[in-house]
Structure formats: C-alpha cells, structure tokens
Ligand binder design. Structure first.
Ligand code: SAH
Length: 479
C-alpha cells in the first residue's frame, strides 16, 4: 500500500485554502461539507464560489497566508493557479507542520484527495495513489451504480440503534449475529423503500426476540424477480441485489447461464422448467415449493424471464404466499417485447406508424387462439405476440382470414438480446415458411406492423459471436 487510508475529522476545525479558482472552490466546498471552518486566501474569488461564500463556515482573506495564519489549521490545500505561489505557501506549511495538499503536484502532497462515493454517513474513498485519477473516477462510477442511493438512510437508521443494541445484547457474538441478520433482512428493504414505521416495528421485534434469547427462526421470504429477456446487462440493480442474497433459486428454461452465474454462488439451484421426460413442473407445484421453502426460513428467489407480471403467471405464484402471510417482493424486468424490439432496431411505437402497441399471447390449448380480433386489427398499431412460434402458420392464417393485409410486415425475433439472436423479417403470408426454413427453435417473439420496416434504417445490433464469425479469417500467426 502506497498511502495510509484514513478519514479525517475536520468538523469545526479550520481548513485553509490557497487560491480563488475552480479547483480551490471545490476543495473549500468539500471541506465545508465535512463541517470545517474554511479560510480562503486569494486575490479574488471566481464565480464557482457562488453560494458557499455566503455560508457562516466561510471566510475570505484577500492576501497570501502567513505562517501565523496557518498555524493551528487542520489542513491546507494549495490550489492556486500560480504554481510558484503554491510552492511558496507549501514551504510555509512545512514550517508550521500542517498537512498540505498541492493540486497537480503529487510530489509535494502530504495527502492526496480520493474519488468519493458519498452515501453519508457511509463514505467510500478511492485512491490510485496519484497514478490515475481517471481510473479512480471510473471505479467511483461503478460503485455509484452498485450502491442504492438510499444506503445512507440505512446507515443512519442502524446508527440510531447502536447503543440500544449494545445494552440489550451482552455478548459480542450475539451482537454480530444480530446485525448480520438485520443488514441482510427485511428491515433494510423497508428502509430502502421508505417505510420507516414498518422498519422500526420489524427492528424492535427482532431485537426483543434476540434479547429474550428466544431461538430466532429466520423469517423466510420470496423474491419474484424479472430477469429480462436474456442479456445479463438488462437486469435491474434490485434484481442483482436480491440474486446476491438468495439461499435458493427456482429458475426455468428462459433463464440463461449468464444470468444464473450472477446468483449467489452458494445458493441452492432448483430447475423447474421442463423435466427430462418433457413434463413441465405444474404451476401449482411451483407455488407450493415457494411456500414450503419460505416456511423453512429460506430467502427464496424465483427468477422469471422478462417481467414476472407479463405472461409470467407471477400473480399465481404469489397468491399462495399472500394467503400464508409470507413476505414477498416483486421486481419488474424488461419484458421480451421491449428488449427484443430494441435489440432488433424496431421501435414499438412511432409517430408515423403506430400510436398503440398491444401485447398478446399466441398460446392456445387446442390450436385455436382466443383473441379479440377487432382490437387486434386496429390500424396504426403494433402487435407483439408472445408464445406464437408453436402455431405460427395457423396464427398468421388467422390474421389474414380476419382481414389483415397479407403484405403486413412481421418480424420474428428468436433468442432476442442473447448472443445467438436471430431476426427474420417477412410478411404475414411468408413468415411461417421462412421461420421453418431457418429452423427457429425459440424462445421467439413476433412483432407485427409497419414499424418493422424501420429496422432497415435503425438496426445496429451485431451479436458479439456473429461479429466474430463475420470477421474475415485472420492470417495464420507466424510461427
Ligand atoms: N414474462 C416474460 C414472458 C414469458 S412467456 C416476459 O415478460 O418477457 C414466454 C415467451 O416470451 C416466449 O414464448 C417468447 O415469445 C417470449 N420471450 C421470452 N424471452 C425471449 C427472448 N429472449 N427472445 C424472444 N422471445 C422471448
């Protein structure tokens, strides 16, 4: 380690800043956010000092600092645009022995400034020891997206209980187990969702149980999570967070390896898609499994393709849980229609083509689909058909038979958003034959309507694997 990471308490202490430019303003503002009394030494202040110079924490001294000005200060930032002036004042700081940071001159710095992810009271500081501030900022950007913005609220919430927990639970071990349970459990979700009163009630109940020595049986819960159409990048932050927390995951055919790999490594995995004898696990059985696992005290993740509430039978899966009083959360996902449309370059609505978009299922028990054709054949509308591959030819015949133009454009998107995405475009009267020739296996979605023509102009997606295949063969490497 090149430098010692520490967090410095400057609350109510004096922090000196040399310079009146933008860099100086940033340093002054940061120190003030941490509660410092800031003294800025400069000939004049730039506009960047706008509001901060009105604060009671701020003092402007329109001259260079002397040794007696700096003596007793907690820190000094030399952020003048004049390099010689920075050097000179740095030398004074050395005399009076206060830690000094000189902007853009790491060799003169007693400390460097990290990139900061601020979820106060949680603060993450990233240092590259001056080697690459840009890399530091990129890491910061990643962390910013990983940590829910409301994490600060969680820290503030548990912070208020520290003393109470300390006096209620005697052993260090007990306290640690208690905090682990709290921070991984429903209290945090309640705080993040802004349900303060419920969070307090749940916290108190758990603390009472822990203090009375009652054998704590962890409350099981279920997360019904939409995993999107396939590309792991299309998961939501919330989905990822719950995937990392689950004890057991139930998944089916629509969930690819890329997504399953993101589930907590030691979580138990249960496949509930088609079994080897081609029997699908019945819906009622899945619902009962969710209930049983939650009743065992497990955190159960039910991963669904797309969005759980769009042709996902998500409502049925949680009915039993609701009746049994098992806590559950539903996390939306990107549904196949919007994921596939975007990755195929087909806007579902467009000012010149379609003002409405309708999602229907082409699935039917006896091969006859029960659709409201009057609604379906409205002009200036896009129709997205889920589960339409099995009876594709019959379905297309029905469209034409009910009055749709045989030349209406259709796109069939197979394995949309995945590396093996395949997009076939044709018309109502030709798509079935084209799909049969291409040997499309699904999952596949149909998009019907004149928006399909826009694909020629808008398509940009080249799945990575196809891009490699399409690349001219490289010359054999010289040996
Ligand atoms: N809840 C899901 C839909 C489940 S029904 C969602 O919101 O997307 C299953 C149907 O979804 C499939 O038959 C297919 O029509 C469609 N589908 C799901 N994933 C797909 C994908 N990656 N590419 C194309 N269609 C997909």
């Amino acid at each position: 380690m090149d430098q010692l990471p520490i967090f410095f308490n400057v609350n109510n202490r004096c922090v000196a800043v040399l310079g009146g430019g933008i860099a100086a303003a940033r340093k002054a503002e940061l120190a003030m956010r941490a509660g410092a009394q800031v003294k800025v030494f400069a000939a004049q202040l730039c506009e960047e000092f706008g509001e901060i110079k009105e604060s009671e924490q701020f003092r402007f001294v329109p001259r260079e600092p002397l040794a007696q000005d700096l003596d007793g200060c907690a820190l000094l930032y030399c952020a003048s645009e004049n390099i010689e002036q920075n050097r000179k004042v740095h030398a004074i700081a050395q005399e009076v022995r206060i830690p000094c940071n000189v902007v853009d001159m790491p060799e003169l710095c007693d400390f460097t400034m990290p990139s900061i992810v601020d979820r106060s009271p949680v603060v993450i500081a990233i240092s590259t020891a001056g080697t690459s501030p840009i890399l530091g900022r990129m890491i910061k950007a990643r962390l910013e997206t990983l940590l829910p913005a409301a994490y600060g609220r969680v820290a503030a919430f548990v912070g208020r209980y520290r003393k109470k927990v300390g006096s209620s639970l005697e052993s260090f071990h007990q306290r640690r187990r208690f905090w682990e349970r709290i921070l991984e459990g429903p209290v945090v979700d309640l705080v993040l969702a802004g349900h303060q009163a419920e969070a307090i009630a749940e916290f108190d109940a758990q603390l009472d149980a822990a203090a009375s020595g009652a054998e704590h049986r962890q409350q099981g819960e279920v997360y019904l999570v939409g995993a999107g159409p396939g590309d792991p990048d299309l998961l939501t932050f919330k989905a990822l967070r719950l995937m990392q927390r689950a004890d057991v995951v139930l998944y089916d055919r629509l969930i690819g390896k890329g997504i399953l790999n993101l589930v907590r490594r030691d979580a138990e995995r249960i496949y509930v898609g088609k079994l080897p004898q081609e029997h699908t696990v019945p819906q009622s059985e899945i619902s009962r499994m969710l209930l049983r696992l939650a009743q065992e005290g497990k955190r159960v993740l039910r991963l669904k393709g797309g969005d759980p509430f769009v042709f996902g039978r998500g409502g049925e899966e949680i009915e039993l849980l609701a009746e049994a009083g098992i806590p559950f959360q539903v996390v939306p996902g990107i549904t196949a229609a919007s994921g596939c449309a975007a990755y195929a370059g087909i806007p579902l609505t467009h000012r010149d083509h379609a003002q409405t978009c309708i999602f229907v299922t082409g699935h039917s028990k006896d091969g006859q689909i029960d659709l409201d054709w009057k609604v379906l054949l409205q002009p200036r509308q896009t129709v997205a058909v889920y589960m339409g591959l099995e009876h594709l030819a019959g379905l297309m015949r029905s469209f034409i038979g009910k009055g749709a133009a045989p030349s209406l454009p259709v796109a069939l998107i197979d394995n949309g958003t995945r590396p093996n995405q395949q997009v076939l475009t044709a018309t109502l009267d030709t798509i079935a034959e084209k799909a049969a020739k291409a040997g499309v296996k699904g999952p596949a979605i149909l998009i019907i309507g004149s928006v399909v023509r826009l694909r020629e102009k808008l398509d940009w997606y080249v799945p990575e694997e196809q891009a490699h295949e399409a690349a001219p063969a490289a010359a054999p490497a010289a040996e």
